[in-house]
Design a protein around this ligand. Structure first.
Ligand code: NMX
Ligand code: MLT
Length: 477
């Protein structure tokens, strides 16, 4: 039987009597809808700000013109998930309870928070882990075949886009829409089903892409364990777990393997969303506003994430660190490191992993990744010069960028640290790092897509202006 025709998960399922995410979401809809409709009907003409010409030709900076439900970005303090900082989330969101000493909250807990604005109970988080593992089993055979037929040297982000876009054929939203079964009131339901399936399929898609690029022909390097959480299953399918589930291709000790899974939970838990204006979220929202299904909408988000000024910076940082380490004569020669940074800026190249369009302080996500390293600096990372260089750059690069004087934010962003930590544990394929970013980022923009459909938001269509209109506004010829 084709995997795609198996119905393995029913949305009316409850796990050990716990209310599932969709049930809770359904309960919340009337109140939230009324809240937004009320604002729209009473305050439609309230001004949010003025749009300047500088903003129009400067990447829409300081132009607050999108509605985004789950996250907001403060330039000084960073990301908030329904008002909660990363620190709050670390304290409040449920973690895995499997006897391991995991410190990171489950990304599933974060997904629940994004979708409902509520902190899930441990049982609710566990039920969502189970639901995603069950949904994962229906990844269509055709997509698996398509992925295994792709050339080994195709960029992993291109492979991810192809895999995700191919799922459009099985989209509940697209198929029901095409056959006239959907009215506006129930757009959200099948959007939700597709979104949850997409998130559930990502561990296996990621595992197959990784297997392909590492010369293993696309055959999985580990199995999906339905009693484990989403991040564990990503690690398992990358062959990065020390258990019978996975090939443990890097011979990780049990403690290293536990740390790696914890790193994956941490990384995928904090990269989920960064308010609406970042390229991947915005692209998903824009394409989704034309009533595309979640698979096509999020493929567009992934295409955006694949740009070197956005998610691909993760790959660029690792390349940069490894190259610099191979060229400098000593990791302790600080002047040599600073000179290289200056040379880079003089040749009009960017220091990858530094700067941000909105943030004006070090990215709190970077600080959290750095904490992971700090806790292990005398043990796991004590002999790793790439990690040491990453840490040194976080002090030197801001100094050099400040002296150079162009960059509005000279501080490290989230991509500064993550890739090189994965690299340490054995994920050495630089082009692959952004795929892991793409797994995590699915949760925020897809949550928004569900809410876009709940609220019935219209197609996004800003007005553009040409040079003649700009000149007329400035009263110049
Ligand atoms: N290295 C060198 N120059 C920089 C950097 C950097 N890291 N960041 C900004 N600048 C330059 C920028 O190119 C611009 O130069 P010019 O006037 O010649 O065009 C000038 O400083 C002013 O740019 P900003 O207003 O500070 O930055 P902007 O908002 O335009 O861009 C980024 C934000 C993130 C695109 C930019 O800082 C950058 O290119 N950083 C390096 C790439 C990177 O790390 N991206 C990852 C972002 C996080 N993510 O996951 O997506
Ligand atoms: C992100 O996580 O999307 C990046 O920090 C880029 C952004 O916010 O623009």
């Amino acid at each position: 039987m084709l995997r795609s025709t198996r119905r393995l998960y029913s949305h009316s399922s409850s796990y050990r009597g716990v209310k599932n995410l969709k049930t809770r979401l359904t309960e919340l809809i009337p109140e939230k809808k009324e809240e937004l409709l009320n604002i729209k009907s009473k305050f439609n003409n309230v001004k949010v700000g003025d749009i300047t010409i500088g903003s129009i030709i400067g990447g829409m900076r300081n132009n607050s013109s999108m509605f985004w439900q789950s996250t907001t970005l403060d330039p000084e303090t960073g990301i908030r998930f329904h008002g909660r900082t990363i620190e709050d989330c670390q304290k409040l969101l449920p973690k895995v309870k499997d006897g391991s000493k995991s410190n990171s909250f489950l990304p599933e807990s974060m997904l629940w928070l994004l979708m409902t604005s509520e902190i899930p109970t441990q049982d609710e988080a566990n039920s969502l882990s189970k639901e995603l593992a069950l949904r994962a089993k229906s990844l269509p055979q055709e997509t698996i075949k398509l992925l295994s037929d792709l050339p080994q040297d195709l960029h992993p982000m291109t492979q991810l886009v192809i895999g995700l876009a191919s799922l459009n054929k099985y989209s509940s939203f697209s198929n029901k829409y095409a056959s006239g079964q959907l009215g506006k009131e129930n757009y959200w339901d099948s959007t939700y089903e597709d979104a949850m399936n997409l998130i559930a399929y990502l561990p296996e898609i990621t595992g197959r892409i990784y297997s392909k690029i590492t010369g293993n022909g696309g055959e999985l390097l580990g199995v999906l364990n339905e009693d484990k959480d989403w991040s564990y299953n990503i690690c398992s399918m990358l062959g990065m777990v020390n258990s019978t589930d996975s090939s443990n291709r890097c011979n990780l000790t049990k403690s290293q393997s536990d740390d790696f899974i914890d790193l994956m939970r941490l990384y995928t838990g904090i990269h989920v969303d960064h308010e609406g204006g970042n390229v991947s979220a915005h692209a998903t929202h824009l394409v989704g506003s034309a009533l595309n299904d979640p698979f096509l909408s999020y493929s567009s988000g992934i295409l955006g994430l694949a740009g070197p000024l956005h998610g691909l910076a993760a790959q660029e940082v690792v390349r940069f660190l490894i190259q610099m380490n191979s060229e400098i004569t000593s990791i302790d020669d600080d002047q040599q490191i600073k000179d290289r940074l200056k040379n880079l800026l003089d040749s009009r190249k960017v220091i990858p992993g530094y700067g941000h369009a909105i943030l004006r302080k070090p990215d709190p996500r970077f600080n959290v990744m750095l904490d992971f390293v700090e806790k292990r600096k005398f043990t796991e990372f004590k002999d790793d010069d790439n990690i040491k260089l990453m840490q040194k750059l976080s002090t030197f690069a801001p100094q050099v960028l400040l002296e150079h004087g162009k960059t509005k934010n000279p501080y490290p962003n989230v991509d500064s640290a993550s890739g090189i930590i994965f690299y340490h544990y054995g994920l050495k394929e630089l082009l692959f790092f952004t795929v892991i970013f793409g797994c995590s980022r699915s949760m925020g923009p897809l949550t928004q897509l569900v809410w876009d459909r709940i609220y019935g938001l219209p197609i996004e269509r800003p007005k553009s202006v040409d040079i003649a209109q700009l000149k007329a506004l400035c009263k110049v010829n």
